[in-house]
Design a protein. Structure first.
Ligand SMILES: Nc1ncnc2c1ncn2[C@@H]1O[C@H](COP(=O)(O)OP(=O)(O)OP(=O)(O)O)[C@@H](O)[C@H]1O
Ligand SMILES: [Mg+2]
Length: 236
């Protein structure tokens, strides 16, 4: 028997449930990881794909919910054959969740959600990940999103520095230190700037599947994945 407390609110965003009794009688705690930002092009879809892939590679059941009307994650998967996890629209994900339970739901949000959409999404999330490049252009929209999350009483967020330029640039460190000294929550790990990310997107695979230097950001996502699991375990 599958016991599921699935509630669909008027907004049509969903909130999941807490305990799921699977057919094998094991209790599964479903964790939702929301990837979002008010700014577009900050690495949300890349993060969603590569984190879902890492979780699956660690033998977790995972589904990516593509809430972006552009369907970037769905199209990326269709370009290749190697991504093993399901990527479904919100509507389809709801039906899927009636049939099957997942340990992790990774939610890729649309390019520029409005504040109400952010709050609908974020309310049900166990962790909100805000990717941003270490640039002034990305900073303001990210801090705006965090201010809105704080208004909702949500502090289980982490900023993910993404597309961080390689050494000798210190942009990553500098931005991280500034964010931390401003009291913001930032992942220890970050994602390097690498031609591997667009290449993997083009080939429809996770970046770790590439060869040579292209696959190096796969290590960053592995570090990030470990940090995410640790965060979620501590929150339990
Ligand atoms: N670490 C990185 N290094 C180099 N390029 C990157 C990196 N992360 C993302 N990109 C590239 O930046 C572009 C935007 O990334 P992505 O699609 O993941 O962002 P997004 O926030 O989902 O965008 P949108 O708001 O349009 O949905 C893509 O071309 C992607 O390949
Ligand atoms: Mg996207």
């Amino acid at each position: 028997m599958v016991i599921r407390a699935l509630t669909v609110f008027a907004s049509s965003w969903f909130y999941l449930p807490i305990l799921v009794d699977t057919k094998v009688g094991k209790y599964v705690m479903t964790k939702q990881i929301l990837i979002c930002n008010y700014k577009g092009g900050v690495g949300k879809t890349s993060t969603a794909i590569n984190i879902a892939d890492w979780l699956e590679n660690q033998n977790h059941s995972v589904m990516l919910i593509d809430c972006d009307p552009n369907r970037s994650a769905t199209k990326l998967k269709a370009r290749g054959e190697s991504l093993g996890f399901k990527i479904l629209s919100q509507q389809r994900a709801l039906s899927e969740l009636q049939k099957k339970s997942y340990e992790y739901l990774v939610i890729d949000s649309q390019a520029r959600p409005h504040s109400e959409e952010l709050s609908d999404f974020a309310d049900g999330a166990d962790l909100v990940v805000l990717p941003m490049a270490p640039s002034i252009d990305d900073l303001d929209p990210t801090l705006e999103a965090i201010a809105d999350l704080k208004k909702l009483g949500i502090d289980h967020y982490r900023i993910l520095l993404s597309a961080v330029p390689p050494k000798p640039s210190r942009e990553g460190e500098t931005m991280r230190d500034e964010l931390l000294s401003g009291g913001y929550r930032v992942f220890d790990s970050w994602i390097r700037r690498s031609a591997g990310i667009p290449k993997a997107a083009l080939e429809g695979c996770a970046v770790r599947k590439l060869t040579g230097n292209y696959k190096l950001p796969g290590r960053d996502y592995a570090r990030l994945g470990t940090e995410i699991i640790q965060f979620l375990e501590e929150e339990q």
